[in-house]
Write a protein that binds this ligand. Structure first.
Ligand code: KG4
Ligand code: ZN
Length: 334
């Protein structure tokens, strides 16, 4: 049997996830248990709460993934796990489960970078085509990455302060929307207008770096000033204005990178890639400029284990295996 069947585990933040993937793109099962309800009342993810939920859930999630796929451990080729970046306590739960599984069933262990996973979510629909530029936008990351081949990542730009998703979540909180705020701002912005015209943080000419904390402060200050003066503010307009600024900056810098690096393929990935305004604007620009655009289906944009299994397929072929001394890392270069 030449099929490569990988069981993959993802616990870097607030989803406990396990998936089984055949040959890098065929999903046999994909289980995601979200902890969002537990973190909501704190307005964000509480790391210790996250770790405890992962401990409670991980074994059940692995069992369910096997059961749904109708497989047992001897059918598997390897076990893959997110090694970082992420919340260290949360990562360690997945890593220890993966190590135990690998040891007990004598399967190779494959450590996977979380961002590689987000990028390879696109492979679940279609093979990646190189060279490419990828924009990663999530709660923890905002990065532009150039790839000339599989598993070769060159970071050409990144955020100097807040990640986009983080800015979304903080602005949402000030508007009074529940955590995580991204999807709520996305929805609300459809009913509003770009009336505030917030700054577009482009930084120095030629830079692919990002900065969203100034924009975030600008939104928060504007809201406070209006409220102090007793002026009425339409939340939908704030949401729309904030989102338009984010979309302008993300699309312009990304399309510039595509031109400068002379690539024809663009990948958008990460939780914020679920944003309808961002997807629509990228679709228009890429069509105009003959760029081949890939964005994962919505459920593969936010954290899941299928994307980790998709990336792990190439690591398996390269025999990039880890040992039982594998440790979690909250910061790790891709
Ligand atoms: O990739 P992800 O699930 O976790 C990280 O690796 O960070 O991304 C979560 C982030 C959150 O900040 C959430 O607000 C944001 O993705 N997000 C969105 C949307 N859906 C999720 N942001 C904007 N628009 C959306 N539709
Ligand atoms: Zn993520």
């Amino acid at each position: 049997n030449e099929d490569v069947i990988i069981l993959s585990i993802e616990t870097s933040c607030d989803e406990t996830a396990c998936s089984i993937i055949r040959n890098g793109n065929e999903i046999l099962s994909n289980v995601v248990v979200s902890q969002i309800e537990s973190h909501k009342r704190f307005g964000g993810v509480v790391p210790e709460v996250a770790s405890r939920h992962h401990v409670e859930t991980i074994t059940l999630v692995i069992e369910e993934a096997l059961q749904t796929a109708g497989l047992s451990p001897p059918d598997l080729s390897a076990v893959a796990v997110t090694e970082g970046p992420g919340l260290i306590g949360a990562l360690l739960v997945g890593i220890n489960a993966a190590k135990a599984f690998s040891f007990a069933h004598e399967l190779p262990l494959i450590p996977v970078h979380h961002i590689a996973g987000h990028i390879y979510a696109n492979q679940l629909e279609e093979d990646l085509q190189f060279p490419l530029v990828s924009l990663i936008v999530s709660g923890g990351h905002t990065e532009l990455i150039y790839m000339k081949d599989h598993m070769s990542f060159e970071v050409i730009g990144e955020t100097r302060d807040d990640a986009v998703g983080e800015a979304y979540d903080k602005v949402a909180r000030v508007i009074g929307l529940p955590y995580p705020g991204g999807p709520h701002i996305d929805r609300l912005s459809k009913e509003g207008e770009d009336s505030f015209n917030f700054p577009r943080p482009y930084l120095e000419p030629g830079s692919y770096d990002f900065s969203f904390s100034g924009l975030k402060s600008s939104v928060i200050n504007t809201l406070h000033n209006h409220r102090q003066k007793g002026l009425e503010v339409k939340s939908a307009d704030v949401a729309r204005s904030f989102q338009e600024s984010v979309i302008d900056v993300l699309t312009k810098k990304t399309i510039q990178a595509v031109a400068d690096y002379e690539v024809e393929n663009l990948i958008i990935a990460g939780g914020v890639a679920a944003n309808s305004g961002l997807r629509a604007q990228f679709e228009i620009l890429c069509q105009e400029q003959d760029i081949k655009l890939s964005i994962p289906a919505l459920k593969y944009c936010t954290d899941n284990a299928a994307m980790i299994g998709a990336a792990a397929y190439h690591l398996y072929n390269n025999k990039a295996f880890g040992d039982l001394d594998l440790n979690g890392r909250n910061y790790i270069d891709i």
